[in-house]
Design a binder for this molecule. Structure first.
Ligand code: NAP
Length: 306
């Protein structure tokens, strides 16, 4: 039976550190970091994510704004808005909540953000800096995963890392970060042949797929560390019982919200792995904590505060 690797405690420590620094700089300079989120369209999940980022910013003393635009906004207007934010002295971080409506090419839009304000780490300059293994903003979810492994004293150097998922948000930047940490990395995706066999070679297995409980114990080498990035809604009460057993919190979720959150990893993998991150309270809280840290970093660099 393995150990649950919760990200919540580490995320709390990171947020406390950011809050302390924000207060320090406010006392010293009467300035605080500013973060602006851009929401285009009405995606309900995007609204929830941006709301969490805004509330967390406010709790840490970071000035936060969300700019909302209709899904059919002209590209030229969106370009103009981002250019205005690039010029604003009080804005240190700009993030465009993805996914954008299909009429927009996200690459073109993200590339408009000034790299010095790219706190999500998705700008081509930030991603290029990552491949060059140079300083620059790093994507928040993969960065959180690396921090969690390090804080839990789990060695990365020389280890076999298998990442299932090759998105720009998680899989690809994580593969680069793990390579920079001297791991031997395999990235898998929907076209990978013999996925369970490839996955079962991993010392560290990361699942960022978006399919509930897809990674079963067959995918896992005994004693591996398994990181579950997925966040899926499970609505079936019988399935929930099968995965989680008798669990009051899950039953309450199902009754009140109509679903409980489940990752991409079958939670029974804990019986075979050395470590498994839970869903919720695993990787999720670290993503927002890293965004806060990146925003503070953007403020310090722009204002040249040590
Ligand atoms: P995404 O852009 O949809 O990418 C999913 C990846 O999984 C793709 O590379 C896809 O392969 C691969 N995939 C899909 N089905 C597969 C299969 N049957 N076998 C192997 N690979 C398969 O998703 P994402 O944005 O990376 O997010 C993944 C999950 O993480 C979602 O549940 C999301 O909600 C969650 N997430 C959580 C956080 C957090 O803070 N906790 C942050 C971001 C995302 P192809 O490339 O071949 O299509």
């Amino acid at each position: 039976m393995g150990i649950w690797l919760e990200g919540r405690t580490l995320a709390g420590k990171i947020r406390d550190g950011v809050k302390e620094q924000v207060e320090h700089f406010r006392g010293l300079t009467n300035q605080v970091p500013g973060l602006v989120g851009i929401l285009v369209g009405e995606n309900p999940a995007s609204k929830v994510y941006l709301g969490t980022k805004e509330r967390t910013s406010q709790r840490l003393g970071i000035h936060s704004e969300i700019l909302k635009f209709p899904g059919d906004i002209e590209k030229a207007s969106l370009v103009e808005e981002i250019e205005k934010l690039n010029k604003r002295e009080d804005v240190d971080g700009i993030l465009v909540q993805l996914p954008l409506p299909p009429s927009f090419n996200p690459f073109e839009i993200i590339a408009l953000i000034s790299p010095e304000k790219d706190v999500d780490g998705f700008h081509p300059f930030s991603l290029g800096s990552l491949l060059w293994n140079q300083d620059g903003f790093k994507a928040c979810t993969p960065l959180g995963i690396i921090e969690l492994l390090k804080a839990s004293n789990i060695d990365i150097l020389g280890k076999r890392v298998v990442i299932i998922g090759r998105s720009l948000i998680v899989g690809k930047p994580l593969a680069a970060m793990m390579t920079n940490e001297h791991a031997t990395v395999t990235t898998c995706h929907s076209k990978t042949e013999n996925l369970p066999r490839v996955a079962s070679e991993a010392d560290i297995l990361v699942a960022a797929i978006g399919r509930a409980a897809y990674v079963t114990p067959d995918f896992v080498k005994p004693g591996a560390t398994v990181v579950d990035v997925g966040m899926n809604q499970l609505k079936d009460k019988n399935k929930a019982k099968e995965f989680f057993g008798e669990d009051e919190k899950r039953e309450k979720d199902l009754q009140e919200k109509g679903y409980t959150l489940i990752g991409d990893v079958d939670p029974r993998v804990i019986e075979k792995a050395a470590h498994l991150t839970p869903v919720p309270r695993g990787v999720g809280p670290l993503t927002v904590a890293m965004l806060m840290r990146n925003t503070l970093e953007a403020f310090r660099r722009r204002k040249k505060f040590q």
